[in-house]
Design a protein. Structure first.
Length: 202
């Protein structure tokens, strides 16, 4: 025989408690996400698609496969500005933004800039290739982390997660959630950043 010490709760009280729990969980997730960096400062949503770190932040090492199925790290992109996008074929918001990432690569891709769309699918590579064909993605190269470890290494709270990485391989800003990456506003913002980086390099 057990004796219950619970009492009948008012529905409004239950709702309040659930909201409190959700808020705590969200806060913990957000803390874990920003922990690896030196903190971040909120950007004016009307000015930037990114939230910027207070200073360039070293990223943990990520190992993944390139289009030739060879293991590489982000070091191979040093000297270029990178937009690293963590995504998966099963992620609906990812599917919605992939054509825009393809468009951004078409606008700005080259020796100075590359969109690195890193799939964390644990499915065979052929699933990603079929995904690219279905969406007619022509500009993006396939990068694949079949272990799915990238999202854990970066401690992202959800995908898609996108990082703006400078020529030294350091994260300067991030975005959680999809964006219209090939919109004129975002293309101009990133183009302006590329110009700034080029001036600093000279």
């Amino acid at each position: 025989m057990t004796i219950s010490t619970s009492r009948k709760r008012d529905p409004a009280e239950n709702a309040h408690n659930w909201l409190f729990i959700v808020a705590i969980v969200a806060g913990v997730a957000w803390f874990a996400f920003t922990k690896f960096g030196d903190g971040a400062q909120d950007s004016d949503v009307n000015e930037s698609v990114f939230t910027f770190y207070h200073k360039p932040t070293e990223l943990p090492e990520l190992k993944f496969l390139n289009r030739k199925n060879r293991e590489i790290t982000l070091d191979v992109f040093k000297g270029s500005v990178v937009l690293l996008n963590i995504w998966a074929t099963w992620c609906v918001p990812c599917r919605e933004e992939m054509p825009a990432l393809d468009g951004l690569q078409a606008h700005l891709g080259g020796p100075d800039f590359e969109v690195v769309a890193l799939s964390i699918d644990q499915n065979p590579r052929s699933v990603i290739e079929n995904f690219y064909e279905d969406l007619e993605l022509k500009q993006l190269k396939i990068y694949h982390d079949p272990t799915g470890e990238a999202s854990f290494t970066l401690r992202v709270p959800g995908i898609p997660a996108t990082y703006l990485i400078d020529r030294e391989g350091r994260a300067i800003g991030y975005r959680i959630g999809p964006a219209v990456w090939d919109s004129p506003e975002i293309v101009d913002e990133i183009r302006g950043y590329l110009s700034t980086q080029s001036e600093e390099a000279t």
